[in-house]
Write a protein that binds this ligand. Structure first.
Ligand code: HEC
Ligand code: HEC
Ligand code: HEC
Ligand code: HEC
Ligand code: HEC
Ligand code: HEC
Ligand code: HEC
Length: 394
């Protein structure tokens, strides 16, 4: 069997509960009765299906802990309202309340990012609890840069922790939800970068120094984006040098045979234990390269990393249906009356229904079944007489 098929079988077995139960610490999922609907509904999603962070910040740094969650509050009416004022939205992680003792990010942050942050507070000033900001023009509430790690408070691996978000009006709770805030440290450079006696990071820095005449090994901790531009960090880098994504995918394209993997993307993206992609597409065998192209395509210099990504509309065509807003990513687009694509479909790479039960829990809560939010009464108080329109919001 090809490694991908073994992986998929393992995931399916795990999800079905036949694989010996949870491989990771299970978060607590609350599934109230979907029929006891109130005046307000809240649905939240992480903006990416997976956020990667480095495991160790003492030598080399690609990505810090940084998750972003977007929520929409809908006032249920015959014609629903999307509410972005007059409320307070609080968040917290019941099983993952702190990060500072789970990573050395805070120790090296001043050297790497030039700021000293209080423990458990991330690069945008948000912590492990707090409130979401309203973005009225987008019809959403957002908290960016949550510094969550993939370990619960008992130290167990938990790459799909749940955030709880509670909407309050005049101090009283009007709605709450839970959603997965996925995070992984599975950037497995050590598949190939192994030299006995030195760390993987040192091995990488030495290769870089030898091949490109740099002195990175003496300058630890090294932020790759200090020289190679990285839109994920808003880092402009040195304009003479290739952007980080172009450099990494381009230089490694010809080395991938060494990984022994059928899906070469898993050499550096999660992965082998954690699933960045775990959605309806994976179940249908639509894989990384079907949407993104191969290493060389990801490295194509005319493609802007992080900002030019595949669109749903490049594959899906359906009469009367519109997909992403022109020039916007899926995660920022809205359709049907201003409802975000994320709200009805889930995070990219975790498009519902997913292979992981925990990612389906929110759909289960609001409509009693996994998959796209397609029960009109989640938002409308009466079954609309007109047909559903899958149109852009403008
Ligand atoms: C499939 C094997 C493989 C994996 C996985 C891999 N590398 Fe490499 N990498 C190589 C090889 C081979 C070289 C070249 C070494 C040499 O010529 O001495 C290299 C070189 C490098 C270099 C030197 C610069 C250059 O010209 O490429 C950097 C930096 C680097 N790798 C970073 C990484 C990082 C970061 C990761 C994980 C995110 C990673 N590599 C994962 C195989 C791999
Ligand atoms: C001090 C600046 C500097 C830093 C920091 C830096 N690089 Fe580089 N990198 C360079 C230079 C210079 C080159 C050579 C570029 C060229 O030849 O066009 C290079 C080349 C590369 C290449 C090969 C690109 C290619 O097309 O062959 C990779 C891969 C790479 N760097 C990855 C990394 C990674 C990963 C990090 C963080 C661990 C990093 N770099 C940090 C300056 C830097
Ligand atoms: C050798 C390691 C390595 C391999 C293999 C790899 N990636 Fe990446 N990838 C990275 C790193 C490191 C980043 C983060 C770059 C950054 O922060 O800008 C990244 C970021 C990305 C991004 C976001 C940035 C962008 O360019 O839009 C995409 C998309 C991506 N990878 C797709 C892929 C796909 C598809 C494959 C398989 C064909 C793949 N990667 C294989 C190392 C790798
Ligand atoms: C069904 C199509 C599809 C498949 C399959 C897919 N991606 Fe993506 N990917 C996307 C879309 C769409 C985006 C942009 C999402 C957005 O708007 O935020 C994206 C964005 C990304 C990014 C940028 C960060 C982010 O999450 O937005 C990375 C990295 C990435 N993909 C890697 C991968 C890897 C690795 C795989 C395979 C394990 C993969 N993708 C499989 C469609 C896909
Ligand atoms: C590379 C092409 C490709 C891209 C890009 C893509 N899809 Fe798909 N999608 C497919 C295919 C093929 C299937 C059928 C999979 C199967 O066999 O079950 C599918 C199935 C689905 C389904 C299941 C219901 C159905 O219509 O079959 C949903 C929902 C879906 N995609 C949503 C999305 C969303 C949302 C995006 C953008 C974030 C997206 N897709 C991007 C190819 C794609
Ligand atoms: C109010 C909920 C809702 C919103 C908002 C929404 N969708 Fe959908 N979407 C659906 C439903 C329901 C279907 C499935 C229709 C069916 O098959 O009956 C669907 C189907 C899809 C499909 C699969 C189409 C196919 O080939 O059958 C894609 C792709 C998709 N949506 C992308 C998007 C994008 C992109 C956005 C944002 C611009 C978006 N959706 C916004 C509810 C929504
Ligand atoms: C996630 C919330 C949500 C769901 C689920 C939802 N709607 Fe809506 N719908 C809205 C919002 C918000 C509006 C905008 C109301 C306004 O214009 O004031 C709207 C407007 C409408 C409208 C009138 C405007 C238009 O775009 O045509 C119709 C008809 C409609 N919805 C039908 C449906 C049907 C049928 C379903 C179930 C298949 C459905 N909706 C599911 C949120 C939702």
């Amino acid at each position: 069997m090809k490694p991908n098929r073994i992986l998929r079988k393992a995931v399916l077995a795990w999800v079905a509960g036949t694989g010996g139960g949870w491989a990771f610490a299970p978060p607590v999922v609350n599934v109230p009765d979907p029929l006891s609907r109130g005046e307000y509904e809240i649905i939240a999603q992480n903006d990416l299906g997976m956020h990667c962070m480095n495991e160790d910040f003492s030598e080399l740094v690609i990505l810090p802990p940084y998750n972003t969650v977007r929520a929409q509050v809908i006032q249920r009416r015959r014609e629903p309202d999307i509410v972005t004022d007059g409320l307070t939205l609080r968040y917290g992680f019941p099983s993952n309340t702190r990060s500072a003792d789970k990573t050395n990010f805070w120790k090296y942050c001043p050297q790497i990012f030039g700021v000293t942050l209080p423990p458990n507070v991330g690069l945008t000033g948000h912590g492990m609890t707090g409130t979401l900001d309203a973005l009225p023009r987008e019809g959403v509430w957002e908290v960016s840069g949550i510094p969550i790690t993939p370990f619960d408070d008992r130290g167990r691996l938990q790459p799909y922790p749940l955030i709880t978000i509670i909407a309050l009006k005049d101090g009283a709770e009007i709605a709450r939800t839970q959603t997965v805030v996925p995070v992984s440290q599975e950037i497995t450079c050590n598949l190939c970068h192994v030299t006995p006696g030195v760390s993987t990071a040192t091995d990488i820095l030495r290769d870089h120094d030898r091949l490109h005449g740099t002195t990175l090994e003496q300058s630890k901790p090294v932020l790759c984006a200090a020289c190679h531009a990285d839109p994920a960090l808003g880092a402009e880098g040195n304009p003479e040098l290739p952007m980080l994504s172009h450099a990494m995918h381009g230089a490694h394209a010809a080395r991938m045979d060494q990984s022994g993997l059928d899906n070469v993307c898993y050499a550096c993206h999660p992965g082998i234990r954690t699933q960045c992609q775990r959605d309806v597409h994976m179940a249908g065998e639509v894989e990384c390269i079907d949407c993104h192209g191969d290493m060389a395509e990801v490295a194509r210099p005319s493609r802007m990393p992080w900002l030019q990504e595949p669109s749903c509309g490049s594959c899906h065509a359906r009469t009367g249906f519109e997909f992403e807003e022109p020039g916007k990513l899926f995660r920022h687009s809205r359709g049907h009356g201003g409802v975000a694509c994320l709200t009805c479909h889930g995070s990219p790479h975790a498009i519902t229904p997913t292979l992981t039960a925990v990612d389906n829990a929110q759909s289960m809560r609001v409509q009693g079944r996994p998959g796209t939010i397609n029960d009109c009464l989640v938002c409308h108080t009466r079954q609309p007489e007109d047909n559903f329109r899958h149109r852009l919001f403008n």
